[in-house]
Design a protein around this ligand. Structure first.
Ligand code: MG
Length: 268
């Protein structure tokens, strides 16, 4: 079924709602507008404040799940008492929580080798950004001339195929982004389930994201939570959608209202 517009449906207003809301958000393209240079992507103070309020309301908790390394997402969204999941959930930190996927750590030296070789092959193509991460590396080509996109992508895949341990790595495709990461059975969906477990109480997961990497979480939480995609798409597994990233503030206000009204024992 195609997703429905979130604000048409009032999904948290249903009767009998009685659990803590666990708000789980992607970062780039969800909490913050996408930038050509990912380094320039920032959390606006107003959005940070809204998250802070939700995180510190009795009946709601917050988690941010990002493809960025853990340290980076912690820096970009320095909100206390929330869960931060970096590297698509391979590293998680939060209240009484510290997790790093052991299988992923073992593959990192192989990924570094591929990155070095790719950097040598690609030379000085303008507008290409190679982001070194703790457990992976990401190639951003949005800012490169379109005529170079094909060459860059082909070189990326060729470099991987030349490595004898290519099976231990996986490619994740995003919006004008290719990431080489450890081929381990883990994703944002599994990370979301781990965070839910860490809460140690019944909760209603509410997951919002905009990219292909969020689809695993939409699927994992389909039965037990509320899932929202930023941007309408027929191909998504999310139940609801927001029209665009600009609606995030209205969305957070809605979540806060839902959590506060629960405290009062009603939901209007
Ligand atoms: Mg995103």
């Amino acid at each position: 079924m195609p997703p429905e517009y979130f604000f048409d449906k009032d999904p948290l207003g249903f009767n009998g709602y009685k659990h803590t809301i666990l708000l789980m958000c992607d970062f780039d393209g969800t909490l913050a507008p996408i930038q050509g240079d990912p380094g320039k992507c920032i959390l606006l103070p107003d959005i940070g404040k809204q998250l802070e309020i939700i995180a510190h309301t009795d009946n709601s908790r917050v988690a941010i799940l990002s493809g960025r390394p853990l340290a980076d997402i912690q820096r970009k969204a320095p909100i206390k008492d929330i869960f931060h999941a970096g590297s698509h959930g391979l590293e998680i930190s939060g209240p009484q929580t510290r997790y790093i996927h052991p299988g992923a750590v073992a593959v990192k030296p192989i990924i570094d080798k591929v990155r070095n070789s790719f950097e040598e092959k690609i030379g000085n193509v303008k507008g290409i950004l190679i982001e070194k991460k703790k457990l992976s590396f990401t190639l951003h080509y949005r800012m490169a001339n379109k005529t170079n996109w094909e060459f860059v992508r082909k070189t990326f895949y060729k470099t991987i195929s030349e490595n004898t341990e290519r099976e231990r790595m996986a490619v994740l495709k995003g919006k004008k982004v290719l990431e080489l990461l450890p081929n381990v059975p883990w994703d944002k969906g599994r990370a979301a389930l781990l965070i839910i477990k860490q809460l140690k109480k019944k909760c209603l997961p509410v997951y919002i994201g905009d990219d292909v990497t969020d689809e695993c979480a939409f699927k994992a939480l389909f039965e037990c939570g509320i899932t929202i995609r930023v941007g309408q798409s027929k191909k998504t597994a999310a139940q609801y959608y927001l029209k665009n990233q600009k609606e995030i503030s209205r969305f957070l206000e809605y979540i806060n209202r839902a959590a506060c009204h629960y405290v009062l024992g009603e939901f209007v």
